[in-house]
Ligand binder design. Structure first.
Ligand code: NI
Length: 279
């Protein structure tokens, strides 16, 4: 049985606005996704829903706990280290707030993902994570491919749908991409600071001179392939940059010849040894 939600969260969840905004990718969006590996859309959800999402987001981060034990941590520092969070992440918030699956953001994300990946929307499963870059101290997220975090024993057909609740600018830490990098394999990664107790991964196999920064207005989103090389800079602005990403994927299929990803095993060992699990 999931534990009951605090009354304040219960009331906030119940206030989800019922406003529809059904969107679909146009031909240019589909072409950009296939050619470059990413596509930005200026708007993915209605204003009322964005306001509710922002309020819910702030509530969840103020609480500093995950939707499950250990589901909240700083991506840029050692797990559960004391002190100020520089890049806190909250995994799978919809486990605690299933109302997040009722949003236009969720529906549009699924619809876009199905078209961009060329698959049946009903075959896609989604899960979310929220990454917060606090004003002035928000840390950079170095170059990585999302698939590098995943078990190499499986093959994936997947993309991320990255919504920003605040203007994402070069100053606030917008995403950067290396166009076309989704076509290659998963590159060699390591944990930030070569410490598997830091969740964030980084690859040194990247030609930064080819990178492009992709600013997005509040309420906009970027869809990117799971092998897309991407990063984001620190937040040097005076405002928070709140990102809420959903991953959309087909059921992964076993990979006949998995490539070694030793950083995944090292990370799992550090994750399992977290103090939060022994309390
Ligand atoms: Ni990523």
């Amino acid at each position: 049985m999931p534990e009951p939600r605090p009354p304040e969260l219960e009331a906030l969840a119940a206030r989800r606005p019922r406003v529809e905004l059904a969107l679909a990718p146009d031909a240019a969006c589909v072409a950009a996704f296939h050619e470059q590996g990413f596509a930005a859309v200026p708007r993915i959800a209605p204003d009322e829903e964005l306001a509710w999402l922002a309020e819910l987001y702030d509530w969840l981060f103020a609480e500093r706990r995950g939707a499950f034990r250990g589901g909240y941590f700083d991506l840029a520092r050692r797990y559960d280290a004391p002190g100020e969070d520089l890049l806190p992440q909250l995994l799978v918030p919809e486990l605690r707030v299933p109302e997040l699956r009722e949003t236009a953001f969720w529906r549009n994300g699924r619809a876009f993902a199905a078209t961009l990946l060329g698959v049946d929307p009903d075959a896609l499963r989604g899960w979310g994570h929220m990454i917060r870059k606090p004003a002035r101290v928000g840390a950079a997220l170095p170059w990585h491919q999302d698939e590098a975090y995943w078990d190499p024993a499986f093959r994936y057909r997947a993309l991320g749908c990255w919504l920003t609740l605040d203007p994402a600018t070069p100053e606030s830490g917008c995403l950067r991409f290396v166009p076309g990098s989704h076509r290659g394999g998963v590159r060699v990664h390591r944990h930030v600071g070569d410490d598997p107790s830091v969740h964030g991964l980084v690859t040194d196999d990247v030609d930064e001179t080819r990178a492009v920064a992709v600013p997005v207005p509040a309420g906009g989103a970027i869809f990117h392939h799971c092998r897309m090389l991407h990063s984001s800079g620190p937040n040097t602005s005076a405002s928070v940059r709140r990102a809420y990403a959903n991953e959309w994927q087909l059921e992964p299929v076993p990979e006949a010849h998995p490539e070694p990803r030793p950083w995944v095993a090292a990370g799992k060992q550090a994750w399992d040894a977290r103090e939060v699990y022994s309390r």
